[in-house]
Design a protein around this ligand. Structure first.
Ligand code: HEM
Length: 227
């Protein structure tokens, strides 16, 4: 079955909660994850401070945006999450708000650690910064067109293509924190997994899964078109 047909079938068979419920549930889910991340991070390093909250906002932002993207693939290949299909926009925008807060806090509220602009312009930090900034610009564009007015103005096909740029932003975010955190992931793995995995490593794995799922969806859709 073509993807659009499958999604149409889901949307016409499930009970769709009101917009208010979709928003409240998405934010509550995000806040529960944020609390979990805030307590998890210091189990391996750091304390309960703004620095940890800032990491947690970045990590949970990835998780929510990743889940929002992954729902298309999950609902295409399997049926168990069909009732959650309608949360794509709300989870994605909640994740965007968390990611944007993380970006703003990093830039302006932790000057003792990440002083603006000197920290970001240093040779070792400039690439992670450019990737983070580019991704946030792409996510902002996606947030601006995630409404019925934009679908109407742009036309469904162009609108869907524009939203797919989000996968490039996801890859940029992987580079954004991968370049900063890779130096910690490797010794953790080679050192015999003695502490809990860092959330940044889990976030990186989530991004890889989301990108692979998108490739699998594309391959499957194209194969069906050929047959
Ligand atoms: C202008 C935009 C951004 C800036 C200036 C920025 C800045 C930073 C900085 C300074 C760190 C290192 C924090 C640390 O060592 O704990 C970091 C890590 C990270 N950033 Fe960003 N960021 C931006 C955008 C984003 C966005 C949009 C996301 C995701 C939605 C994101 C996700 C992450 C993640 C997952 C980490 C690793 C957190 C961890 O160590 O657990 N960043 N960012």
């Amino acid at each position: 079955m073509p993807a659009e047909e499958k999604y149409f079938k889901i949307l016409t068979t499930i009970d769709i909660p009101s917009e208010t419920k979709l928003w409240i549930r998405s934010y509550l889910f995000g806040l529960v994850l944020l609390a979990g991340a805030f307590f998890y991070i210091p189990l391996s390093r750091g304390g309960y401070d703004i620095y940890t909250m800032n990491k947690a906002l970045g990590d949970v932002g990835i998780f929510l945006i990743g889940l929002s993207f992954a729902l298309s693939g999950i609902c295409y290949f399997w049926n168990f999450a069909d009732t959650k299909f309608v949360y794509r926009k709300h989870l994605g925008l909640t994740g965007f708000v968390f990611g944007a807060m993380h970006g703003l806090i990093s830039l302006f509220l932790i000057p003792e650690r990440f002083s603006f602009p000197s920290y970001y312009l240093a040779k070792v930090n400039i690439l992670p910064f450019v990737f983070g900034l580019t991704a946030i610009v792409i996510f902002t564009g996606m947030a601006l067109i995630s409404n019925k007015y934009a679908v109407h103005e742009l036309g469904g096909k162009l609108w869907r293509h524009l939203l797919r740029v989000g996968y490039i932003a996801m890859f940029f975010i992987l580079l954004h924190f991968g370049l900063m955190k890779f130096q910690y992931w490797f010794p953790w793995a080679t050192g015999g997994f003695k502490t809990l995995p860092s959330l940044s490593l889990i976030a990186a794995i989530i991004i890889v899964i989301v990108l692979l799922l998108r490739v699998a969806l594309e391959v499957s859709v194209r194969r069906k078109k050929v047959v």
